[in-house]
Write a protein that binds this ligand. Structure first.
Ligand code: GLU
Ligand code: ASP
Length: 497
């Protein structure tokens, strides 16, 4: 998009109206709030829905397969951002992408709300994967479009938006989780659908008056000849895929297991292709090339971090259900409530950690150093879970406060890696690829969850201590290596701080 167009968009957005920020931030904040409400509420109960016995309202799938499916699902949700980003960039613009995405997501939750079978779950997963790929990266891109490049409120705007994400993620396990676990899973999924519906209402009814031209332009539209080529290739691709699936399923080649392996491979192959293309592109300048090299270790660190963080909704959710005292201090705790802890701690700690960075001024740690803290705390959060089993044995139920502590520690790491990571991605990616940086960042989470789908195979009650110990230690070792490398990486970044 040209600078002139960017300027026109900024001018079209009412520049105040939401806590001193552009009015459109209200629209985007609540759209994303409700979208995350639906996503995290659904995930807080989905894990139990999949493995609970049929007599308890679940699908009765094997526990290990469930944990792998949850990871693959999470991986695909972030992988599809590549498609959503591309469609917005080249065909219909970000605003329409958000709208279509919201509709697909809502339909996905409705599919789960209808009591059904594994097939219904599969349909819902496809809808939510595609919908989130359309909505999630694009709604964040529109946040950026409302501020001029020099606007000092820009970072604060993203922080407020980030609070919206975590507020939605915080309340939904308490609402969707409570209703879904206590009464009926499908009622819970229904509430997630209503949440997304409310998000769509906010978006549709307020966007005209608050977003101006933001999200309405197509950044890099396809030329008519490109369009023809792309549509033909797409049609051929769909037909080939359909034939492949139709042959592979009856032949026993496409099973849940082989699908998990396939996504595991894609989770890594896609970011590798991204890196190679960016590095070799003639549009990448000689100053930008070393920055790509410096970004690779940061990307790897990010994968390790999200691998641990995302296990909070799979392995630790299972741990909450099976290994934790849920009758505690006179109340019965729903295992789904543990999913509120991460976002709760984010909301509490984000302002504190943010102000520490500001106070440190010149002594502020560098980007690679902050990433290494992220790994350190992620590793510690797993080692902490090891302790109760070490002290009390493998069979005794664990005091829930250990889990609370683990979620608390990982959040300290999350706050030193996640907000920094997104802005580092935008600064380190070559300018010619700036439209795709949001998707690139989400690919680290996609790779992490693809890795998790493989890791869960090693998680059994008998191997629990080794599992948390090895992964926690690996993260800490990686953090130390990154810390040692950080002065060198800083050199490769060519002035980016
Ligand atoms: N919890 C974050 C969100 O939902 C994770 C996304 C990321 O990988 O940055 O936005
Ligand atoms: N902290 C996550 C994110 O920033 C939310 C969660 O894990 O519930 O959105």
């Amino acid at each position: 998009m040209s600078d002139l167009n960017k300027q026109k968009i900024v001018e079209s957005v009412p520049q105040t109206g939401f806590f001193g920020h552009p009015k459109g931030l209200f629209t985007l904040f609540f759209t994303e709030f409700w979208e995350r409400f639906s996503y995290y509420g659904m995930r807080a109960i989905l894990v139990y829905y999949l493995y609970y016995e049929v007599s308890k309202g679940g699908l009765g799938i094997n526990q290990q397969t469930t944990l792998a499916i949850m990871s693959i699902y999470g991986s695909l949700v972030y992988m599809s951002g590549v498609i959503g980003g591309w469609l917005a960039d080249r065909i219909f613009g970000t605003s329409k992408a958000v709208f279509y995405g919201g509709i697909l997501i809502m339909l996905g939750h409705i599919a789960l709300a209808i009591p059904g079978s594994f097939t219904m779950f599969f349909v819902s997963m496809i809808l939510i994967v595609l919908g989130t790929g359309l909505l999630k990266p694009n709604v964040s891109t529109v946040v950026g479009e409302m501020y001029s490049v020099k606007d000092v409120r820009r970072d604060a705007g993203f922080s407020i938006f980030y609070m919206g994400i975590n507020l939605g993620a915080f309340i939904s396990p308490l609402i969707v989780g409570t209703i879904g676990m206590k009464y009926n899973f499908h009622l819970g999924f229904g509430l997630a659908a209503i949440g997304m519906f409310l998000g769509l209402l906010v978006f549709v009814f307020t966007k005209k008056s608050s977003l101006g031209l933001a999200g309405t332009t197509v950044a890099n539209p396809l030329s008519p000849s490109e369009k023809k080529k792309v549509f033909t290739q797409f049609a051929i691709g769909v037909v080939l895929l359909a034939i492949l699936i139709a042959v592979a399923i009856p032949a026993g080649i496409l099973t849940v297991e082989s699908f998990i392996t396939l996504i595991g491979i894609l989770g890594f192959v896609i970011p590798i292709i991204y890196f190679v293309v960016m590095y070799r592109s003639p549009k990448t300048t000689s100053e930008e090339r070393p920055r790509i090299i410096a970004y690779i270790p940061l990307f790897i660190a990010s994968v390790m971090f999200w691998a641990i963080e995302e296990q909070g909704s799979t392995i630790l959710a299972n741990f909450a259900d099976k290994r934790t005292q849920l009758d505690f201090a006179g109340i019965h705790i729903s295992p789904a409530w543990f999913q509120s802890l991460n976002p709760l701690f984010i909301i509490i700690l984000a302002p504190i950690i943010g102000s520490i960075w500001v106070k440190l001024g010149d002594r502020n740690p560098t980007i690679p150093q902050k990433f290494s803290f992220g790994l350190l705390f992620a590793g510690l959060s797993f080692l902490v879970i090891l302790l109760p089993a070490y002290i009390g044995g493998k069979d005794a139920l664990v005091n829930p406060l250990w889990l609370v502590l683990s979620y608390f520690i990982v959040v300290i790491g999350e706050l030193s890696l996640s907000p920094v990571g997104l802005s580092a991605t935008t600064k380190l990616a070559p300018a010619a690829f700036s439209a795709q940086t949001m998707s690139l960042w989400f690919l680290s989470n996609a790779a992490a969850q693809a890795l998790n789908a493989q890791l869960v195979k090693f998680y059994t009650p008998a191997t629990e201590m080794t599992y948390f110990g090895v992964i926690g230690a690996a993260s800490i070792v990686l953090g130390i290596i990154l810390f040692a490398l950080s002065p060198k990486l800083q050199g490769f970044m060519k002035g980016i701080k």
